[in-house]
Design a protein around this ligand. Structure first.
Ligand code: SF4
Ligand code: SF4
Length: 472
């Protein structure tokens, strides 16, 4: 991985671990535009956000970009109407339904408010504009992934044009035609937060689009360029910040955003428009034709999947193969933070004598399964990634692959023994939740989930201790 600052100085950073899972079902870079559905089913929750404070009434007509609800617990981040429509509040629990949809013709840029030069902010612009325009949901704390406080300024913002997790939409679908907007977004970020270091994360490949993005980021003169190998999960902001030394000061405000976030920022500042459409992936081995889709928030999941599955029953995962979560029950439309849908064939039968002949038809990172000796072909996953559950056999594969350089097997044992103190000593906090240890584990232990839960428990204990201290 190479790190270059705006003055052109480049240095190399050592990497360890990481792995690209061989898998079929990746989407092509083609972006398919879906027709306007009869109605949108907009979930009121997403992974991090809960839009519990409604700002509309049943039967109200709303316009594109109008606030439907806000997440009061997270800086009033708004949920915006993706198009004109009539609000139905009693249609589906946990959703705002919009029907009688209408997409007004795109208005030309608001001339007077459009900036005159690249990177120049329009008159009257403030950070609040970014919150109102729905850009804030794309910004997160690089260390924790939590939403960030608009009242403080960042010391570093990392903008990643790369997404390496299998099936998640990244620059290959979002950059074509948007390289100028990418460079402009970097300049705008620098103009909004002049004291902050902007870092553009681009892939280290000869792909013309990647080279174009790298050149644009270098030329804009306001961003440090991080060139990363195409190896999962070296696009992870927490890991990048640690490896490059950007995370050196524990009190520094270290923020991250995606290419989509930067394009949303550019659209909000340059064109005075909220980004009302998303590009998300529909991928995985159970999908007939994996593609990227241009859709609106709330697009019905049923309509997305209809006629596009080749294996059933199938499990729909919100997000990528390694860190996505099974689509929550009762969830009917595309959520505010959804980056894609991964569809896997559901494993419906147990493998006969799986303990005795594990994995004739399975491959693994290690040579645990007989399938390793079959020819190298793309792998058709089911929801049983690596066979059936067994105890840890101390094979050490999770240690080899962990990019955070912690000991997942030892951590697992301490958590299994409910020894959270030991988990803290073993630096569970450094886990970036990439899921590679769970993937390679031949015993199919969901190590990642154990670490996610342990971190949440430690955090809750710390908060409770602080609250007690404050009371005393
Ligand atoms: S311990 Fe955390 S960082 Fe290491 S491989 Fe597992 S999920 Fe990834
Ligand atoms: S990969 Fe699984 S079985 Fe192997 S050491 Fe790690 S936890 Fe144990």
């Amino acid at each position: 991985m190479y790190v270059g600052d705006p003055s052109g100085v480049t240095s190399k950073v050592a990497l360890a671990g990481g792995y690209n899972v061989p898998v079929t079902g990746a989407p092509s870079s083609e972006v398919l535009e879906l027709p306007l559905p009869d109605r949108l089913l907009i979930p009121l929750t997403s992974r991090r956000l809960e839009f519990s404070e409604l700002r509309v009434k049943d039967g109200q007509r709303v316009q594109p970009g109008q606030v439907l609800a806000v997440d009061h617990g997270h800086y009033s981040i708004p949920l915006l109407a993706p198009c004109a429509g009539t609000v139905r509040l009693d249609g589906q629990e946990g959703h705002i339904v919009l029907d009688e949809l209408e997409v007004p013709p795109q208005e030309p840029d608001a001339g007077s408010s459009a900036p005159a030069r690249i990177g120049e902010l329009p008159p009257g612009f403030s950070v609040a504009t970014l919150v109102e325009m729905g850009v804030w949901q794309f910004l997160s704390d690089a260390r924790t992934g939590a939403p960030v406080d608009p009242a403080v300024s960042p010391d570093v913002v990392m903008v990643s044009a790369v997404r390496l997790e299998p099936f998640v939409t990244g620059g290959e679908a979002q950059l074509p035609g948007n390289v100028d907007a990418f460079a402009r977004g970097l300049s705008l970020l620098h103009a909004i937060f002049p004291d902050c270091a902007v870092c553009a994360v681009v892939p280290d490949t000869d792909d013309p689009l990647a080279l174009e993005a790298k050149e644009a980021a270098s030329k804009c003169g306001c961003a440090r360029v991080l060139t990363i190998p195409l190896k999962y999960p070296f696009d992870n902001p927490a890991l990048l910040a640690r490896l490059t030394g950007l995370a050196g000061d524990p009190h520094a405000q270290l923020w991250a955003t995606s290419l989509e976030g930067l394009l949303a920022l550019d659209e909000a500042v340059t064109h005075s428009r909220p980004r009302t459409e998303r590009i998300v992936s529909l991928a995985g081995p159970a999908v007939t034709q994996p593609v990227h889709l241009r859709v609106m928030l709330g697009y019905p999941i049923d309509a997305i999947l209809n006629g596009r599955l080749c294996r059933e029953p199938a499990r729909v995962v919100e997000g990528g193969l390694l860190t996505g979560r099974t689509l929550p029950e009762g969830w009917l439309g595309l959520g505010a933070e959804c980056t894609g849908l991964t569809v896997l064939g559901e494993l419906t039968e147990r493998t006969f004598m799986a303990f005795a002949r594990p994995g004739v038809s399975r491959r693994s990172y290690s040579r645990s399964f007989v399938g390793t000796y079959r020819p190298e072909i793309g792998v058709r996953f089911s929801t049983a990634l690596a066979g059936e559950l067994r105890p840890c056999i101390s094979c050490g594969q999770c240690v080899d692959i962990c990019p955070a350089r912690i000991m997942p097997n030892v951590l697992h044992k301490s958590i299994y023994a409910k020894d959270l103190e030991r988990a803290i000593d073993l630096r569970v906090d450094l886990c970036i939740e990439c899921g590679l240890c769970s993937y390679v584990c031949p015993s199919k232990i969901d190590l990642r989930q154990q670490f996610v839960d342990a971190k949440a428990e430690i955090q809750a204990d710390m908060e409770a201790a602080l609250a007690l201290e404050a009371e005393a």
